[in-house]
Design a binder for this molecule. Structure first.
Ligand code: ADP
Ligand code: ZN
Length: 747
C-alpha cells in the first residue's frame, strides 16, 4: 500500500529537493512501489540510493537497507535526517542500549529507513525484532557482495536468502555498480529475484574526463593538475604504502595540504586522515587502493593514478570515485614502462599458476589501455561489454588531440622497416632503441647495430616512438603477438602501406607536447562542452563563501559538509543568487527540511554578498532546477533595496519585546512566520537577549518536547516531530528548542 497523498514526484521535491529524476530512477521507483522485485545496475554516481530511499518515504512501513559499509552508515543516516527523513542504523559500532533504543523507535514507527550490516541478520534477537515491525521493503546495497564471482564477496550476505524466506511478501531491490553477467545472475539467484525486473544503465560516466600521461616529468604535471583543482578534493593512488607517505610528505613540503592513507597505518591515524579528507579539512589524500570502499564523498574532482592500476576494472572503480555528484571531474593516469615491470615482478611471485595467468591477463589489459591511443572512454566501455558508437567523445586526451594531426608517412616507414628487419620478434622498446641507434648490450649481442635501420631516427624520443607504434597498431599497420613477451609484427595492411608508398597522417603526439600537460586541456575541453551536469559558470567567490559556511555548519553538527548541501546546490546558489526563502526552496537539493534548517543562514549570506555587488535574484530565470546546465554570467544590475539586515532583525526584536506573537509579527512585517522564527534563532545564536516567554507552549507540552529532545537530540526537527506526532507544529518545536537550549546553557 502506498501513501496516497505522497506521489513520488512530490516526495522527490519535498524530501530531496529535486524536480526531476535521473535516468532509470523513475522506472525503478515505480517498479518498487508496485510491489515487484528489482535489480538496479548503475554506475557510481548514478543515483542508486534514491531508488530505495524515495519508495521508503512513500511506503507505509519500514525499509530495511542491508549494506556492508559500516563506516558509511552514519553519513547516510545523517544525510537522510538532514532531509527530514527518519533514519537509523544498527551495527557493531553501537552499544547494546543504543541498539535497543533504535529498535524501540523502529517498532513504534518512528523510523522509515533502517540500515543494518549483513551479519546482523543472523542474530536471533534481531530477527525477532524484525518479525514485530511493519516491513515494507528490503534494499540490498552493494549487492555484488553476495556473489563469490565478485571481487568483494561477503559470506554474511548469504544471510539474505533466509531474510527473503522469512518475508516472502516483502519486495526487494538489489543495487550495485558492478555488473559482470556472472555476478548479475548470481544476485538474481541468491536473492530469489526471478520475477523481478532488471534495470541496466550505461556505465559511461559522462562527467568524467580521462587522460593518460607519461610519467616523465611527473612532478610538474602533478602540480599543474593540483593547481587547476586548487582547494578541491583529490585522491592520488599509489602502488605502495611507502610511496603514499613519501608523496604526501613531498606535497606538504610544497605547501599542499595532503594526508596519506593505507592499510598499514595505525587505525587511529588512518581514521583521522580519512575523516579530515571527508570533512574538507584536507583537500588531498594520497592512498593505496585500500582507500575508497568506505568513501562516498560526492565532490572529489580529481583522481590521479601515480602508478599503473592492477586491472582496468580496478581503474574504473577507482576513477569512479570522482564526481559522484555529476559535476565535471578529471581522472589522470601516469604510465611508465617501469611500473609495468614492477607489477610483473609481483605477479611472478604468485605461486598459484592460474592466479598468475589471470593477473597477467589483467595487467595486459590495463597496459593496453594506457598504450593504445584509442578513445579512453571507448576502451573502458568495451571492456565492460558496452558499445560506444561516438567517433570522438570530446572528453579524453585521445579524442581531444585527434583534431591535430601530423604527416607520419616517413616515421611510419622507418618503424615498419625496423620491425621487419629485426625479424618481427621484439617489442616496442627494443625496436625504438634500434631506431635511435642504441649501443645497449642486448642490441649489440643481437647484432642489431649492424642493421640498416640502426640509428636512422633522431627526431623522436624513445617515448614518442612507442607512442607512434601504438598509433600504428590502432591504425592496423602493426599487429601485436600476445604471449609472455608481447612482440610486434607488420600486418598485411602495413605491408601494403610500405609497398604502395602510401601517405599517413597521425594525431599529434602527446609526448611531443611541452609545458603543461594535456590534463589542463582536457579539463578545459569539457568545461567548454556540455559534460558536467551543473552550471560551470558560477561566481567563485560566493561559492567559496558558501562552502565555508557549509563547512562551519557541518562541523557544528558533526556531519560531513555534503550532508548540509552538495556542490551542485552551492553552484546553483552562486549562479542564481536566491535572496528569499521562496527562491532558496527552488535550489536543487533543497527540500523542506533543509529549507527550514539552513535557509535563513544561506539566504542571509547570499543576500549580503549580492547586495554589496548589486546582484539580482535570478532564480526565476534558471529553468528546471539543476538539470539546466545553463551558464552565462550573472546579471550585475543594481537593485534599489534599502532595508539592511540589521534593521529587519531589530524590528522583529522590538515587536517581540512588545509581546506580539509570531503570527502577529509576521503579518505586521509582511514576512512568513518561518522567516521570523529564523531571525529569532539567529539572534539567539548570537547571544542576543530576547523576550520569548510569551511564545512558549504550556508546561505540559513543553515537558513532552523536552523528553523528545532527550531521545532524538536537538539537531533535527523532523525526528522530534515524528516522535511527538502531528499535533505539534514545527514552529512550536523550534521555539521550544530555542528556549530549552537557553535553559541548558544557563544551567
Ligand atoms: P550512487 O549510489 O549510484 O553512487 P548516489 O545515490 O550517491 O549514487 O547519488 C549520486 C548523486 O546524485 C548524489 O549527489 C545525489 O544527491 C544526486 N542525485 C540523486 N538523484 C538525483 C536527482 N533525481 N536529481 C539530481 N541529483 C540527484
Ligand atoms: Zn575519447
Amino acid at each position: 500500500m502506498v501513501n496516497s497523498q505522497l506521489t513520488p514526484l512530490r516526495a522527490l521535491k519535498e524530501n530531496f529537493g529535486y524536480d526531476s529524476f535521473l535516468p532509470l530512477q523513475e522506472e525503478i521507483v515505480e517498479n518498487v512501489l508496485s510491489g515487484r522485485d528489482s535489480l538496479a545496475l548503475m554506475p557510481t554516481g548514478g543515483g542508486k540510493s534514491l531508488c530505495y530511499q524515495l519508495p521508503a518515504v512513500c511506503l507505509p512501513g519500514i525499509t530495511l537497507v542491508v549494506s556492508p559499509l559500516i563506516a558509511l552508515m552514519k553519513d547516510q543516516v545523517d544525510a537522510l535526517n538532514a532531509n527530514g527523513i527518519g533514519a537509523r542504523f544498527i551495527n557493531s559500532s553501537l552499544t547494546a542500549s543504543e541498539i535497543e533504543l533504535a529498535q524501540a523507535q523502529a517498532s513504534r514507527g518512528r523510523v522509515k529507513i533502517l540500515y543494518v550490516a549483513p551479519e546482523r541478520l543472523a542474530i536471533p534477537g534481531f530477527r525477532r525484532f524484525l518479525q514485530g515491525v511493519d516491513l515494507s521493503l528490503i534494499a540490498v546495497d552493494e549487492a555484488h557482495c553476495i556473489s563469490e564471482w565478485g571481487h568483494e564477496f561477503r559470506p554474511d550476505y548469504r544471510n539474505l536468502s533466509q531474510l527473503r524466506a522469512d518475508f516472502p511478501g516483502v519486495p526487494a531491490i538489489a543495487l550495485t555498480a558492478t555488473a559482470t553477467t556472472r555476478v548479475r545472475e548470481d544476485i538474481v539467484e541468491q536473492l530469489g529475484l526471478q520475477q523481478g525486473r532488471v534495470f541496466l544503465s550505461s556505465f559511461n560516466r559522462a562527467n568524467l574526463t580521462y587522460s593518460v600521461e607519461s610519467k616523465e616529468g611527473f612532478w610538474g604535471k602533478l602540480l599543474s593538475l593540483l593547481q587547476s583543482h586548487d582547494g578541491e578534493s583529490a585522491i592520488i593512488y599509489c602502488f605502495s604504502r611507502r610511496e603514499t607517505e613519501e608523496l604526501a610528505a613531498d606535497l606538504n613540503e610544497r605547501g599542499l595540504l595532503a594526508r596519506a592513507y593505507h592499510a598499514g597505518l595505525e587505525p587511529e591515524i588512518r581514521r583521522r586522515n580519512q575523516e579530515d579528507f571527508i570533512r574538507d579539512r584536507v583537500p588531498i589524500i594520497v592512498a593505496t587502493i585500500a582507500f575508497g570502499m568506505g568513501i562516498d564523498k560526492p565532490d572529489i574532482r580529481l583522481v590521479v593514478h601515480h602508478s599503473l592500476p592492477k586491472s582496468l576494472e580496478g581503474y574504473y572503480q577507482e576513477t569512479g570515485r570522482a564526481g559522484r555528484d555529476g559535476l565535471a571531474s578529471h581522472c589522470a593516469l601516469f604510465y611508465s614502462y617501469a611500473d609495468r615491470a614492477r607489477q610483473e615482478y609481483f605477479i611472478n611471485q604468485l605461486e598459484n599458476r592460474v592466479e598468475q595467468q589471470n593477473a597477467y591477463l589483467k595487467l595486459n589489459q590495463i597496459v593496453e589501455f594506457a598504450e593504445v591511443p584509442v578513445c579512453r572512454r571507448r576502451s573502458i566501455l568495451t571492456y565492460f561489454g558496452e558499445q560506444w558508437d561516438q567517433e570522438n567523445c570530446g572528453a579524453c586526451d585521445i579524442c581531444l588531440s585527434a583534431s591535430q594531426e601530423f604527416d607520419a608517412t616517413e616515421i611510419a616507414q622507418k618503424v615498419l622497416s625496423a620491425v621487419i628487419r629485426t625479424g618481427e620478434r621484439f617489442g616496442a622498446q627494443h625496436v625504438a632503441r634500434v631506431l635511435r641507434g642504441s649501443r645497449e648490450k642486448r642490441v649489440l649481442e643481437l647484432g642489431h647495430d649492424r642493421l640498416s635501420v640502426h640509428g636512422i631516427v633522431n627526431d623522436f624520443t624513445e617515448e614518442q616512438l612507442r607512442e607512434v607504434m601504438g598509433l600504428l597498431r590502432a591504425n592496423g599497420l602493426l599487429a601485436r603477438n600476445e604471449g609472455e613477451y608481447a612482440t610486434l609484427a607488420v600486418s598485411p595492411r602495413g605491408r601494403e602501406f610500405l609497398n604502395q608508398r602510401q601517405k599517413l597522417s597521425l594525431p599529434a603526439l602527446k609526448s611531443a607536447e611541452t609545458g603543461p600537460d594535456t590534463a589542463g586541456r582536457v579539463t578545459r575541453g569539457i568545461a567548454e562542452g556540455d559534460g558536467g551536469a551543473g552550471p560551470e559558470d558560477f561566481d567563485r567567490e560566493l561559492f567559496e563563501e558558501l562552502r565555508a559556511l557549509r563547512r562551519q555548519l557541518a562541523e557544528d553538527q558533526n556531519v560531513p559538509p555534503f550532508v548540509v548541501f552538495g556542490d551542485v546546490a552551492l553552484r546553483f546558489m552562486a549562479t542564481a543568487f536566491p535572496q528569499s526563502l521562496e527562491s532558496f526552496g527552488r535550489v536543487p537539493g533543497v527540500g523542506s527540511a533543509k529549507l527550514e534548517q539552513y535557509g535563513d543562514r544561506f539566504v542571509a549570506a547570499i543576500t549580503t554578498f549580492a547586495r554589496a555587488r548589486g546582484l539580482e535574484d535570478r532564480t526565476g530565470e534558471m529553468g528546471r532546477a539543476g538539470n539546466s546546465g545553463s551558464s552565462g554570467r550573472a546579471g550585475r544590475r543594481r537593485e534599489g533595496r534599502t532595508a539592511g539586515r540589521g534593521s529587519t532583525y531589530e524590528q522583529t526584536r522590538e515587536l517581540l519585546s512588545q509581546g506580539l506573537t509570531i503570527d502577529e509579527i509576521a503579518s505586521r512585517r509582511g514576512l512568513a512566520s518561518t522567516t521570523i522564527i529564523g531571525q529569532i534563532e539567529r539572534m539567539a545564536s548570537q547571544g542576543q537577549e530576547l523576550s520569548l516567554e510569551h511564545l512558549l507552549p504550556p508546561p505540559d507540552r513543553l515537558q513532552k518536547i523536552r523528553e523528545a529532545l532527550d531521545v532524538c537530540g536537538d539537531e533535527y526537527l523532523k525526528p522530534i516531530r515524528d516522535y511527538l506526532g502531528p499535533e505539534f507544529a514545527y514552529d512550536e518545536l523550534r521555539l521550544a528548542r530555542l528556549f530549552l537550549r537557553e535553559v541548558a546553557r544557563l544551567e
